[in-house]
Ligand binder design. Structure first.
Ligand SMILES: [Mn+2]
Length: 328
């Protein structure tokens, strides 16, 4: 994707950042490394520009992210709600609902929407949306290089590298492209700590998390002649291993390790009567279409949805039925 593509948007984004004094940088519920990395990189730049800045994404935030540069600008929900700002920058969020409406459509205030989800609803006054980018931090990197190369620091490089590292599953997923590798290479030259970040955010696990993984793998089932796999995380498993839901991040990918498996679903009991389903597709099947049928969304090969049921067996049945329609 050419760098010129967003030149106009990048200068509009820079102009808004320069014009306004207080900025809320927000992202999607249960933020991942790409969301957090994008938020912190932009917030670090705004802080350097002398702006009042707050970062907020709803849901659970992995404590690992609190070690990143920029984490001191992470606000509690209440503080973010009360924060008087004149610019919102939303990252990695295809619609405002994903931010629990901390991002708002461009109406009464300035909103910048920077994202790589193909389903993005273009709710910003400035929309920097490229569904082909491997990570939102790739777009944030393009913005820096285009509008403020002298504001890049090794701390910002760490944040941006983390987004690519995590959204590509450690450079293993199909979204790895030459731009992701080129940007990563440039970020290393700018001081990103490739080994430390890979170790801390991809490889390292807590004892209790590995115990939970054992329980979750034990729930692995094959369906549809071995072309689909399902797993589950129950509150009982969390209790037994001494973990919380966020410790099961990434477990869904173990299902895709099986050779014949095309589609994977991981079911997690997120609240009484509510099951969150993470979907993965190894090759060309579009799981975001299935997710959207149930009010969810995501990418072609990684999507999610929430089912209002307390019954894991019926949730599994519903999704396997959807898988069957896709595979037939
Ligand atoms: Mn992302």
């Amino acid at each position: 994707m050419s760098g010129e593509r967003f030149e106009k948007e990048f200068s509009e984004m820079m102009a808004l950042m320069e014009r306004h004094g207080s900025v809320l940088v927000t992202g999607h519920i249960d933020p991942d490394g790409d969301c957090i990395g994008s938020m912190f990189a932009i917030a670090l730049m705004l802080e350097e520009m002398g702006k009042t800045v707050m970062c907020y994404a709803p849901g659970e935030i992995s404590e690992l992210f609190l070690k990143l540069p920029g984490a001191s600008m992470l606000a509690r929900r209440e503080d973010a709600s009360n924060f008087k700002h004149d610019l919102i920058i939303a990252v990695d969020s295809p619609n405002t609902a994903r931010t629990e409406h901390f991002a708002r459509p461009c109406e009464n205030e300035d909103v910048i929407n920077i994202d790589h989800h193909p389903t993005n609803e273009m709710y910003g006054c400035v929309n920097i949306v490229d569904g082909d980018a491997a990570a939102t931090t790739v777009l944030v990197y393009r913005f820096f290089m285009s509008s403020a190369p002298d504001r890049m620091t090794s701390d910002i490089a760490d944040c941006l590298y983390l987004g690519i590292l995590m959204d590509t599953g450690g450079f293993r997923f199909r979204n790895v492209d030459s731009e992701a590798l080129r940007v990563s290479s440039e970020l290393l030259d700018l001081g990103a700590r490739a080994f430390d970040l890979a170790h801390e955010y991809i490889y390292m696990k807590k004892f209790s998390t590995l115990k939970l993984l054992g329980l979750v793998l034990d729930s692995l089932r094959l369906h549809l002649d071995g072309r689909a796999a399902t797993m589950e995380v129950t509150s009982e498993m969390l209790e037994k291993s001494g973990t919380t839901l966020k410790d099961s991040e990434g477990f869904v990918d173990y299902g895709a390790a099986l050779d014949d498996v095309e589609l994977v679903a991981l079911f997690r009991e997120t609240a009484p009567g509510e099951i969150r389903v993470s979907l993965r597709s190894k090759n060309h099947y579009d799981v975001s279409a299935l997710a959207e049928r149930f009010g969810g969304g995501g990418h072609v090969r990684a999507a999610g949805l929430t089912l209002e049921t307390a019954d894991l067996a019926s949730a599994r049945e519903t999704i396997v039925k959807g898988f069957k329609e896709m595979l037939d």
